[in-house]
Design a protein around this ligand. Structure first.
Ligand code: PNS
Length: 161
């Protein structure tokens, strides 16, 4: 079975990576898909985010990295994915994800959503929190894969706070 794990990944966190690793044990292929959203002001370009994902998943054989525009339901159809993976940290996530699951199911009858509960060490993590801490020079070691720390710090050094 082929699963899609879509997101902004701006940047990829340890929580995302844990979901990818766990999903890769369940499904034959995982397509990690970066949303190209021109309306969202991202820290990293789509190409940079894809490169980060390729680096951190390089040792997982059944993971592919892609990007898409528009609807997840359409991209899932295009790549013939059977399942959309979503990570859940808490009840707030569930409320949003339930709506997305219901709408995606209406748009693409062949896609099923599978939720994976976040590991307890990742419940507080989000890409937004990474940026909020990094912009003030705080420690992000416990938030992002080690290969990504330098990319985040470099961005803020170039930008200036
Ligand atoms: O990184 P995120 O915010 O968890 O990712 C959310 C994402 C990209 C999976 C979601 O916003 C998405 O699928 N966007 C594409 C548009 C779409 O299909 N929306 C679903 C209808 S509600």
């Amino acid at each position: 079975m082929k699963a899609i794990y879509a997101g902004s990944f701006d940047p990829v966190t340890l929580g995302h990576l844990d979901i990818i690793k766990r999903a890769a044990k369940i499904f034959d292929t995982i397509v990690v898909a970066v949303l190209e959203n021109p309306n969202k002001n991202c820290l990293f370009t789509v190409e940079e985010r894809k490169k980060h994902l390729e680096i951190v998943t390089s040792d997982i054989k059944n993971v592919e990295v892609a990007s898409f525009q528009g609807l997840l339901a359409d991209f899932a159809k295009e790549i013939e994915a059977d399942v959309a993976i979503r990570g859940l940290r808490n009840a707030v996530d569930f409320a949003c994800e339930q709506q997305m699951h219901l709408i995606n199911g209406r748009l693409n009858k062949n896609i099923e959503t599978v939720f994976l509960a976040a590991d307890e060490s990742h419940i507080s993590l989000s890409s937004s929190a990474v940026k909020e801490v990094a912009v003030f020079g705080g420690n992000i070691d416990f938030m992002v894969p080690k290969e990504i720390i330098g990319f985040v710090q470099e961005k803020y050094m170039k930008r200036g706070v």
